[in-house]
Structures are given as C-alpha cells and as structure tokens.
Design a binder for this molecule. Structure first.
Ligand SMILES: Cc1ncc(COP(=O)(O)O)c(C=O)c1O
Length: 371
C-alpha cells in the first residue's frame, strides 16, 4: 500500500464525470480561448478571495510576470521576496528585468519575516512579493503596513494557498494583487497549465487583461507590449467543475494535518512547522523539519523503502541556485532559508488520504528519525 503525495485516480472518481462534461461542452462550443467558462471561473474565484476582480492567465508564472508589470514594476526596480520558495517567485521578477532581493524567513513558519523585510528594504525597492508557502499566508497585515509606510507595491504569491486566510483576510484582500497557479498538483488543479491574478483595483485588472492579450484593449489596437498569456477555455471549464469541491478538500487536508500534528506532538526529532494563531492553513504541503544531526537522505530512502513518497520542497534556496548568481547574495546570506532547505520534509497530504495511511507515514518517520 504505497502512499503518494496526490491521488488523481481518486479525484477522477469524485469529479471525473463533471470534468469530462465540462471539457466536452467547450469542445462543442468552438470557443477555445477565454470565453464564458473562463469568465465564470474569474467571477467565482474573485468571490472566493473576496476581491472584485480576477484575470485568468496561462500559468502561475505568467500571473507573477503580468502581475508585477500591471503594478508598474519594470526594468531595474528592486523587488523583495522570499529566498525559500519555488524558483518562479524570484524568476518572474528577473524575467521582467527587475532585480530580486531577499529577506530571510521565519524558522518556525518558513514565511517571510516582516522584521527582516524592514532591514532589507533599500531606497530603490519598489515592491514586496511575499509567498504563502505550503498553504499558510505570510503576515499580510504587517507587510501591508510596511508597504504603505515605504510607498511600495505588494504582490502576493498565492500559488500554494487557494482558500487560505490569516487574521480574517483572504489571499489578495490586503495585497495590491495576488497570483495563483492551477498546476495539476495544486489544491485546485487544472488539467494542464493555468493561473490567475486577483486584485481590488479596477485599473490593475484592466491592465492585466491588456497585458495577457498583447497589450490590446480594443482588437488590433496595441496600447502596450504584452504577450499571449490567456487561459484556455478547457482549463476554465475544468476549474469550474472542481471549484465547488475546494472548501471540502481543504477541510480534509486540515483534518489529516491535525492527525500528523498529534503524532509528532511529543517528538524532538520530527518538528512540524508552526501554524500561527489566526491562520487558516490549507496544507498544500504538510512540512516538518528533521532535528539537526539527522540524515535526511537516509530518512527519505527509508520512507521510500516502505512505499512512502515524501518530498523536499525545496532542497536549495533561491539565492543559491545557479541562475541566481546574477542576484549576487553569497552562501550564508539567509541562514534560516539555508537551514530549512537542508532539513524540511514534506509528507503526503491530499483529500483522499485516510487516517490509517497518515498513521503509517507518521509511525515510519518517527521510527526512522529515532533510529
Ligand atoms: C510558490 C509558487 N509560485 C509560483 C509557481 C508557478 O506556477 P506555475 O507552475 O503555474 O507557473 C508555483 C508552482 O509551481 C509555486 O509553487
């Protein structure tokens, strides 16, 4: 009985019929790019985030690139982000010719630490890009205050946090915009690549629509240099078929996380990341740190021998990636991110996992970590 990080077969049993019908409806409609399915998804996802506007795009990476540009970030501007995230968060900044800078993360949550943000801001910093890593939101109230105090734009990376909340605010409610990815492994996944940006500002939304369509608001009139970043209608339809299940899926993830928490409560070798008071964590990943001195590769191999497919998100922080040489921070610059990259382990969590499997994973990990 292997335990995998996701179960697309079980998911198809639950929503496959609705998804297939939705896809066939698009094929029959002849409307393959944007169109009514995508518009419906934009309306419903904006409502989930409690913001007035959503603009659907081709991927989470495209959402970051266009989100930054729609907020007025351009070549040479500095954008402060987390060194402990999927590379896209920083890569998107560099892709538009801006410059990623970093502040270290909190060792208990792996989220951007507002105190370190304050110290890392420079006069030419134009924006802060917090990442809601693993499904828990960064401290948006503190970051909003900092952004306002320094006249900075605030773009949230919510790729892993569909439906998350913190201090009564949803993703996108306190930022100037928030981006999402619907890569198939996400809490809400498309049947391919898809992404979206939500914003409270009508003009930012209009600019996003323009940028995803070669800078055009009116057919064949190009106001600015954009790209083809539009969402496919089939992805909109798949997401519409699955969105009504998201709340229940997130709730199930939280139940399973509570089982893991209980199993590790007394352990000194397996240390779950903290959930801050006031957070609704949606557990895109359930992540623990292994105590110092434990050999993570050996633990991972031991789990794999038992058919348990754990993963490491992410084994190398952004600033130590080969492509980040141009950003220039040296090893040792962000010690918390570097230590987490060596110690984190993400355990299988998805809505179709059962308590018996969670107990098996937790038991195997505790045994390996104390061996
Ligand atoms: C934190 C984060 N940001 C950005 C992305 C990029 O999204 P996509 O793969 O849809 O381009 C991802 C996901 O892959 C992610 O996890």
């Amino acid at each position: 009985m292997d335990v995998f990080p996701l179960d697309l077969v079980a998911e198809r049993e639950e929503v496959g019929e609705a998804v297939d019908e939705a896809v066939l409806r698009v094929l029959a409609s002849g409307r393959y790019v944007l169109g009514p399915e995508v518009e419906r998804f934009e309306r419903d996802f904006a409502e989930l985030c409690r913001v007035p506007h959503a603009v659907a795009v081709a991927s989470g990476t495209e959402a970051l690139i266009l989100g930054l540009r729609a907020l007025g970030i351009g070549p040479g501007d500095k954008v402060l982000t987390s060194p402990f995230t999927f590379f896209a968060s920083a890569g998107a900044i560099a892709w538009i010719g801006a410059r990623p800078i970093f502040a270290d993360v909190d060792p208990e949550t792996a989220l951007l630490d507002p105190r370190k943000v304050e110290a890392a801001l420079t006069p030419d910093t134009k924006a802060i890009l917090p990442v809601h890593l693993y499904g828990q939101m960064a401290d948006m109230r503190a970051l909003r205050e900092q952004a306002d105090a320094h006249d900075l734009r605030l773009l949230e990376d919510g790729a892993q946090a569909h439906g998350a909340m913190r201090d009564d605010a949803s993703c996108g409610e306190l930022g100037d915009a928030c981006t999402f990815s619907f890569y198939p492994t996400k809490n809400l996944g498309a049947a391919g690549e898809a992404g979206l940006v939500v914003t409270r500002e009508a003009e930012v939304a209009a600019r996003l629509r323009e940028l995803r369509d070669h800078g055009s608001r009116e057919k064949y009139v190009h106001e600015s240099i954009g790209t083809n970043g539009r969402m496919h209608a089939i992805q909109g339809a798949v997401l519409n078929a699955k969105l009504p299940r998201l709340a229940a899926w997130n709730a199930r993830r939280a139940e399973l996380a509570a089982l893991y928490d209980a199993a590790f409560a007394d352990s000194t070798s397996v240390l779950p990341l903290a959930v801050v008071p006031g957070a609704k964590h949606v557990y895109h990943q359930y992540t623990v740190r292994l105590a110092e001195g434990l050999d993570r590769a050996k633990v991972l191999a031991g789990l794999a021998e038992r058919g348990i497919h754990a993963a490491v998100h992410y084994p190398r922080p952004v600033h130590l990636q080969p492509a980040a040489r141009a950003f220039d921070p040296a090893p040792g610059s962000y010690p918390v991110a570097e230590a987490l990259a060596e110690r984190v382990l993400c355990l299988p969590i998805h809505p179709y996992l059962d308590a018996a499997r969670v107990e098996r994973v937790a038991g195997a990990l505790l045994a390996l970590a104390s061996a």
